[in-house]
Ligand binder design. Structure first.
Ligand SMILES: Cc1cc2nc3c(=O)[nH]c(=O)nc-3n(C[C@H](O)[C@H](O)[C@H](O)COP(=O)(O)OP(=O)(O)OC[C@H]3O[C@@H](n4cnc5c(N)ncnc54)[C@H](O)[C@@H]3O)c2cc1C
Length: 348
């Protein structure tokens, strides 16, 4: 990186990735500038904002959760003080157990999950539902108020005179004496430097629900689909995950797919006030992607946060910042280099 001013970085895209990376660099004394085109279907604009340390499919602790969870809590708690705002809303997640086999699986995994789950806990709102196979609790979950975080981040960098609203064009000649980092979410595929990185577009939807009658809990309900009251007071339910689908309007049947298991769990019909659609940027192996272009060394990328943006962003943004500022190694499993041979070399 000889000749590049590492103290000046332009970040393209102010979703979760760009916002978290911006603060991470800023606190290391880097002069950060953000450019964002305010795309309404950006994943971060639509995301529920939940974090959950458990992989429900396999009933084991989630990928690298021992690193990710403490880093996420520390990062946003520090920002709460810096910005004087409440961003983290810690909650229990109440998981309705659908059948005997699922209860057995959870029970078998109890030892591995002991730090994160409680199969014997009792919560009044869940007891009242009389679910035939009961429920378990994941206590260390919660919701990040993403809309507020994005708004406060924007304000912060506007006040620093370091925010530019509009489309960044990669086709103009770019300066070669400062770093430019793409945090463009799934729009990375339109970026001529990084369109070879296998980041897929996965359609998701969130329903805004009229207040349920049988459920007035401050915790998160999970019955395959989730329901919770967001920090702005709106009940949100989700989600669907439709791989390689960029449709920006609701998909036929998706709302029912979300609503029906929740209606079954709550024993009531729900009505939908609104549906929002977002496109998740998910890498081929589902791990985040970061690093610099193999030839144009001042152009970088931070993205591919997938379904776990809240947990992934802080730990890996801090790691990328350490790489940029102090030359620390990037973990191999998230480094862009893992895609070079198959995707870049083949293309060129
Ligand atoms: C329905 C749904 C529910 C989700 N729920 C959760 C959840 O509960 N918990 C969780 O952890 N994750 C969740 N996610 C995933 C999470 O939203 C993503 O991991 C994360 O938001 C990705 O952030 P990003 O900044 O990489 O991308 P984006 O949010 O897509 O941000 C990219 C930004 O770049 C801007 N941009 C792009 N190109 C340009 C350009 N050329 N010039 C200027 N600006 C540009 C866009 O306007 C946008 O602001 C959910 C996603 C969806 C769709």
């Amino acid at each position: 990186m000889h000749g590049i001013n590492l103290k000046r970085v332009t970040i393209i895209g102010q979703g979760l990735a760009g916002s978290v990376l911006a603060f991470s660099l800023y606190k290391r004394g880097v002069q950060v500038r953000i450019v964002d085109n305010n795309w309404k279907n950006a994943a971060s604009k639509v995301a529920a904002g939940m974090w959950n340390p458990v992989n429900f499919r396999r009933m084991i602790p989630g990928w690298r959760v021992e690193d990710l969870l403490p880093s996420m809590l520390k990062f946003f708690s520090e920002l709460e003080s810096e910005l004087d705002v409440k961003l983290l809303h810690q909650k229990h997640l109440i998981r309705r157990i659908p059948d005997e086999a699922s209860r057995k699986l959870w029970k078998n995994q109890e030892e591995k999950l002991q730090k994160y789950s409680d199969l014997k806990a009792s919560l009044a709102e869940a007891d009242a539902m009389n679910w035939p196979n009961g429920y378990g609790i994941i206590p260390s979950c919660g919701v990040l108020d993403i809309p507020l975080f994005l708004e406060k981040t924007k304000r912060f960098f506007i006040n620093q005179d370091a925010y530019c609203m509009g489309e960044f064009s990669w086709n103009e000649p770019l300066p070669d004496d400062e770093l430019i980092i793409s945090c463009e979410g799934y729009a990375t595929r339109n970026n001529p430097y990084f369109n070879w990185v296998p980041i897929g577009a996965n359609h998701g939807e969130i329903l805004e629900i009229k207040d349920p009658q049988n459920w007035n809990s401050s915790n998160i309900l999970n019955c395959g689909k989730f329901l919770f009251k967001a920090p702005n007071g709106v009940w949100k339910a989700g989600s669907v995950y439709v791989p390689e689908n960029e449709q920006l309007t609701p998909i036929d049947g998706a709302a029912d797919e979300i609503k029906e298991p929740i209606e079954k769990a709550l024993k009531e019909r729900l009505s939908i006030n609104n549906i929002t659609v977002g496109i998740r940027p998910t890498s081929k192996d589902r791990a985040p992607v970061m690093g610099f272009h193999p030839e144009t060394k001042n152009i970088g990328i931070f993205g591919g946060l997938g379904t776990k943006g809240v947990l992934n962003a802080p730990f890996f943004a801090e790691q990328f910042s350490e790489h940029i500022c102090n030359g620390k190694e990037i973990d191999r499993e998230v480094a862009i280099d893992r895609f070079l041979k198959k995707h870049y070399d083949k293309k060129n």
